[in-house]
Design a protein around this ligand. Structure first.
Ligand code: HEM
Length: 415
């Protein structure tokens, strides 16, 4: 069924599973399908009005200014910082007794937050690092739950329980971010060398069309946006990858062989085609962003189905990536799909872990290089096996994560 349209008590919804229909919504007629305000309302208390949560001209201007921060050259510059953070995490894991059980979902959450800290602020937070991590995790956890008031479209001045719960942690994270920005402004004003991180780039970033700098509010909102959008998504993709490899010994052996032969922690490379195919196939089966929504401004036709103005149009990578008509043996883990010439058989609009069109994930290259650097470091040293009896089930909050964490036995590979 390419499109399913449902009228609920609250609104009209359409789920699009047809690649041509998805292309129409996300590319050809994208101006008719801005992001859904309901979704944005849920995220704005946490993320403000950064590039993820704005629409129209506001979004276009921010995206133009931020794009150079995530260029391939810039991602290359961040690789050294990422490698340092990954090496530190390996060292931390080395301290645990060989064969002990670790919740790798927590470990990956901590690691991806450290990655962001050290690329956003280069020296990390300096102080309050673990408290900040705790605050951020709790904050997004609380706000990730859609509030009934938002669903009913009630006005913003009515207090939301979730927001009240998250307010103290928000205040704390805002203070830390504000302090960091103020310190950096002082440093730059003093003429000292600016650290090569995202904060410096943001402070200097100018709109190529108008020469305008980013506002103070947008600066703060986008820092929090990068943490919000880049933390759990990447941690989940990595956790699911470790889980899947523990269930696929042949592929684990191929990944280990590639990393042993090609990955040098002192000069980390992101050129690991087998490992990359494994990550891509994992994100097919367990896409961290399991659905994306837009809203139709005007009546339209999508893949032969009439869509009325106001309909919420959803594309669900979790459904799309496992669709019988689009994939052979959709539930089978087979990274060969992404290797060599096979990749060109995959329809661009049937595989959307990072979305597609103008609102495609701005951090896609950043995340892929980060995941390969982390897997290179970790799988070179350790082997991860699922703890016997540990229940594994996906759960959708803001992202799709393992409902019960991922308890794994960690053994050293090179004794
Ligand atoms: C495996 C990791 C990641 C996944 C699976 C992922 C997935 C996505 C998806 C599906 C979207 C599009 C949502 C939509 O169209 O409604 C998106 C947007 C976005 N992502 Fe990511 N993301 C990841 C990592 C990152 C990282 C590391 C960053 C930043 C450092 C980041 C920043 C953003 C931002 C700012 C947007 C909004 C772009 C816009 O609307 O113009 N993401 N991401």
């Amino acid at each position: 069924m390419p499109i399913q349209v449902r009228q609920t008590i609250v609104d009209k919804r359409a789920l699009v599973c047809d690649p041509a229909g998805i292309r129409h919504v996300f590319l050809d007629n994208a101006k008719n399908y801005p992001k859904n305000e309901l979704q944005l309302r849920m995220l704005r208390p946490a993320l403000g009005a950064g590039v993820l949560t704005s629409n129209g001209e506001d979004w276009r201007r921010q995206r133009r200014i931020l794009a150079p921060l995530f260029s391939p050259q810039q991602i290359q510059v961040f690789t050294a910082a990422k490698a340092r953070v990954a090496a530190h995490a390996v060292e931390r894991l080395r301290q645990t007794q060989d064969g002990s059980f670790v919740d790798m979902s927590l470990e990956m959450g901590r690691l991806t937050l450290e990655m962001l800290e050290h690329t956003l602020f280069s020296q990390g937070l300096g102080r309050d690092a673990s408290e900040f991590q705790h605050a951020i995790t709790r904050y997004f956890d609380t706000l990730g739950q859609l509030d009934a008031f938002d669903m009913l479209g009630l006005p913003d001045f009515l207090p939301r329980l979730n927001r009240l719960r998250g307010r103290a942690t928000l205040k704390f994270s805002a203070r830390v971010v504000n302090d960091i920005i103020a310190n950096r402004r002082h440093l730059l004003a003093s003429g000292a060398d600016a650290p090569p991180d995202i904060l410096t780039l943001l402070l200097k970033a100018q709109d190529p069309d108008t020469g305008r700098f980013i506002s103070e509010q947008e600066l703060r909102d986008n820092i929090v946006t990068f943490i919000g959008a880049g933390h759990e998504t990447t941690a989940n993709a990595l956790t699911w990858t470790l889980y899947i490899l523990s269930q696929a010994p042949d592929w684990r052996a191929r990944v280990e062989a590639e990393i042993d032969a090609c990955f040098d922690p002192a000069a980390p490379t992101a050129h690991l085609p087998v490992t990359k195919a494994v990550v891509e196939e994992t994100m097919r089966l367990y896409p961290p962003v399991s659905m994306m929504s837009r809203v139709a401004l005007h009546d339209d036709m999508v893949a032969g189905t009439a869509i009325r103005a106001g309909t919420i149009v959803t594309v669900a990578p979790y459904v799309l990536h496992r669709h019988q008509t689009l994939w052979n043996d959709p539930d089978v883990f087979d990274p060969e799909r992404f290797l060599g010439a096979n990749r060109s058989d995959i329809d661009r609009y049937a595989y959307l872990p990072f979305g597609v069109g103008s609102r495609v994930c701005i951090g896609m290259g950043f995340a892929m290089s980060e995941m390969l650097v982390i897997l290179g470091h970790f799988l070179r040293e350790f082997r991860f096996d699922l703890a016997p009896g540990h229940p594994v089930a996906p759960e959708v909050r803001l992202t799709m994560r393992p409902a019960h964490g991922m308890k794994m036995r960690v053994r050293k590979r090179q004794a």
